[in-house]
Design a protein around this ligand. Structure first.
Ligand code: PEP
Length: 247
């Protein structure tokens, strides 16, 4: 298995002092010789300060969104170039909270993924089904269309499978469900992207915790985890990193 990646999505949490403290604790607590890649994604306002804190550590820095344009009349938006300028390497795109609360559709996400890649960022594109889609047996159909719509041709980033019903609920998908969905996603990536589809990492996200991480990260083809709530607690986040390193 290739190197697993553990991404912490801090969402809209963190003022200057506690963000700095959290980043320092995570950097200092990384297991020696860890085989996992670790990325933290704080709010935009914390990126500059955290860039200098994680510089020269093994913690990578990501943002939670970006615009598709390099510059221009887009009040309140942040371009991919503004992120690389700060030392940011990753960007989460198409998170379900952005799709739901900001009307982002697959096409928006795809355009952002193109722009992010062009700027030198690694996009982490999120897809996932709602509880209703799951209940009506539409999971695979939904995910297949999201891959087709959200990932640009020649996509070379990371895919994050995050069932919406599992995000922030404390109810992660079962290992059997993750295994089955990931094998569908892998087949779909290969169908849509050919050979490249074999090497796109697929993260699982949705209530990953210190308790369930080892089981989830041991599942065949899980390339790592996108972690929300537990990434705000350094102890829990570091346990998840250790679980990845052990895999
Ligand atoms: C997320 O929002 O990306 C997420 C996975 O959240 P949580 O881990 O809290 O379910």
């Amino acid at each position: 298995m290739s190197r697993q990646i553990i991404v912490g999505n801090w969402k809209m949490n963190g003022l200057t002092a506690d963000s700095a403290e959290r980043a320092r604790t995570i950097a200092a607590g990384l297991p020696a010789g860890s085989s996992a890649e670790v990325v933290i994604c704080p709010p935009f306002t914390q990126l500059a300060a955290l860039a200098s804190i994680v510089k020269d550590t093994r913690v990578g820095l990501g943002a939670q969104n970006c615009h598709k344009d390099e510059k221009g009349a887009h009040t309140g938006d942040i371009s991919p170039q503004m992120l690389t300028d700060l030392g940011v390497s990753y960007v989460i795109l198409g998170h379900s909270e952005r799709r739901q609360n900001h009307g982002e559709i697959d096409e928006t996400v795809r355009e952002k993924a193109v722009a992010a890649t062009k700027a030198g960022l690694t996009p982490i594109v999120c897809i996932g089904e709602t509880e209703d889609q799951r209940q009506s047996g539409e999971t695979q159909n939904t995910l297949g269309w999201q891959i087709k719509g959200s990932l640009p041709d020649g996509f070379s980033g990371i895919l994050a499978y995050e069932p919406i019903w599992a995000i922030g609920t404390g109810l992660a998908a079962t290992p059997d469900d993750i295994r089955e969905t990931l094998s569908f996603l892998r087949a779909e990536l290969i169908r849509q992207f050919g050979e490249t589809g074999k090497s796109i990492s697929i993260l699982y996200g949705g209530s990953v915790s210190a308790d369930n991480a080892a089981e989830i990260l041991a599942i065949q083809d899980v390339g790592g985890a996108l972690v929300g709530g537990a990434s705000l607690k350094p102890d829990a986040f570091l346990s998840i990193v250790r679980a990845a390193s052990a895999g």
